[in-house]
Write a protein that binds this ligand. Structure first.
Ligand SMILES: Cc1ncc(COP(=O)(O)O)c(C=O)c1O
Length: 495
């Protein structure tokens, strides 16, 4: 990276200066972290690990330095409030849910949300009114949540304190955030968008707008996913007309580490400055590479590689490979690619998502596309009908609030005997990490079959106490009665 282009990133500059002073012996740290930048103890792994406090700035000045950097990013987006996080979008989602309401309040939530939103509901004690996106018939992909769905949910639950949706989805489909914000503005509630995969949106005219520019009241974005920041780096933006800045501050603090990595914060700051300075150029090149990769892949008969046609707003930088028409098994293709040194972001039987970012040069993306095309050809088989991923397609009945189920007495139940019981844990094929079963939901045969099918196809079952799915944690019999809210009372069930 050219340091001159990052003069708008005060945290990044502070990190460079701290490294220089540590290297020259001008700065002698008697603070954490305990490695003290010595590479001879546990090795290179600590290189660059400068803390915020006592590293990027003296302890008493560090918060003000971070606020200055965040204010610059807020200004770039036209936000009233901005916070960087070293806890990923997970931290941002949990904090925003703690900022929008009070325990017992209803909140309209996208059921295809990441588990961090679900855990945010647990922390905040909110009651979800689930809404679901339509599924695109030809591809099985989830589309953006429709404004009419949100309007209807708000009509049924006029006391809802907020609307929380995910956009873009894991597979690049985006909601019409502008139309959603018209609905939420008319209802007087804040619209929160989990844009963990959308930090780059709006940086090029061929991309959907950034959800914040499109009118969301609060947006969470992982700088480490689509931008070249360190793992865990994230940004939260808000406008404070319908959100209380003091609550936002408190919620963000309550869920944050007190020992933030200065390196991660500096990486977020640098990524923000980089995109402000060169975002259109970098993303333009990325979109072109993704387009060329799609052209190569589409030469494989039966392989579908969406570019957004017919899917509404779509992140054209996202490569999504739908394998059903080729008969190839995505997990075998993944293994083949792994053998060649390629690591893919997601693979299951029907879907592959290699993550391509502004950091990948033309050669790397071309090599990837060629290797994928060859491996799919090699694994070609009997075409399968298109089916939607269980995480996007299943309906759920919420019996207890997520918080009630989380704190309930729990008991493992043999899988075969668990139907109709109330689930007490998150069970999600990962990626995408969207729960098929979540705390407080009735366990249906449909969900069980979908999870076992995913397991049998080789998917990793995440978060579950028993990932083999021989048992599932349920709310203990009789445990419901101990709660202030009875079974089903006021808990919204999605349309
Ligand atoms: C939609 C969505 N939201 C939030 C997260 C959590 O992001 P992070 O890993 O930055 O905590 C993820 C992670 O994959 C995600 O897919």
């Amino acid at each position: 990276m050219d340091p001159d282009r990052l003069d708008e990133a005060p945290l990044w500059r502070a990190w460079v200066e701290a490294r220089r002073r540590l290297g020259s012996g001008e700065l002698r740290p008697f603070t954490i972290p305990g490695h003290k930048h010595h590479l001879d103890l546990i090795g290179e792994i600590v290189a660059g690990d400068v803390p915020l406090y006592g590293g990027l700035a003296p302890v008493r000045e560090a918060d003000a330095l971070v606020r200055r950097a965040e204010a610059r990013t807020a200004e770039r987006f036209g936000a009233d409030w901005c916070r960087y996080s070293v806890g990923g979008s997970t931290h941002g989602n949990q904090a925003l849910l703690m900022a929008v309401g009070r325990p017992g309040d209803s909140v309209v939530v996208d059921r295809t949300s990441h588990r961090s939103v679900l855990l945010g509901l647990v922390l905040a004690g909110l009651r979800p009114v689930w809404v679901r996106p339509p599924i695109h018939r030809e591809t099985g992909l989830p589309l953006g949540i429709e404004p009419s769905t949100v309007a209807e949910a708000l009509q049924r639950h006029p006391d809802a304190c907020a609307v929380v949706v995910t956009s873009p989805s894991y597979v690049g489909t985006c909601a019409d955030v502008s139309a959603l914000s018209d609905v939420t503005r008319a209802a007087g509630v804040p619209l929160v968008v989990d844009a963990a995969w959308g930090a780059h949106l709006g940086s090029h005219p061929d991309l959907p707008p950034h959800p914040f520019a499109a009118g969301a009241d609060a947006v969470v974005a992982s700088a480490h996913k689509t931008l070249p920041a360190l793992n865990q780096g994230a940004v939260v933006l808000a406008r404070t007309r319908r959100l209380d800045p003091e609550r936002l501050d408190r919620a963000m603090e309550a869920t944050a580490t007190t020992s933030p990595s200065g390196a991660i914060l500096a990486g977020v700051d640098a990524a923000m400055a980089l995109m402000a300075a060169r975002g259109e150029q970098l993303t333009g090149a990325l979109l072109e590479r993704a387009r060329r990769a799609r052209d190569v892949l589409r030469a494989v008969p039966g392989l579908v590689v969406p570019d957004g046609t017919g899917l509404g707003a779509f992140d054209g930088a996202k490569l999504v490979l739908l394998l059903a028409g080729t008969g190839a098994d995505g997990l075998a293709v993944d293994q083949d690619l792994t053998g060649q040194g390629f690591a893919l972001e997601m693979a299951d039987r029907d879907l592959l998502v290699p993550m391509v970012t502004v950091a990948d040069d033309e050669q790397a993306v071309a090599d990837l596309a060629r290797a994928l095309a060859a491996a799919i050809e090699q694994g070609r088989g009997e075409p399968r009908p298109v089916s939607a991923h269980a995480a996007w397609a299943l309906a759920a009945e919420q019996v207890l609030t997520p918080r009630e189920a989380f704190f309930a007495d729990r008991e493992p139940v043999p899988w075969e005997a668990a139907a109709e019981r109330v689930c007490a844990e998150v069970v999600a094929p990962y990626p995408p990490g969207v729960p098929v079963l979540a705390p407080g939901e009735r366990i249906t045969r449909e969900a069980q079959d979908a999870l076992r099918a995913a397991r049998d196809q080789g998917a990793r079952i995440a978060y579950a106490a028993d990932p083999t799915l021989a048992t599932v944690l349920t709310v203990a019999s009789g445990a419901h009665s101990g709660f202030g809210v009875g079974v089903g009372a006021g808990v919204g069930v999605g349309p």
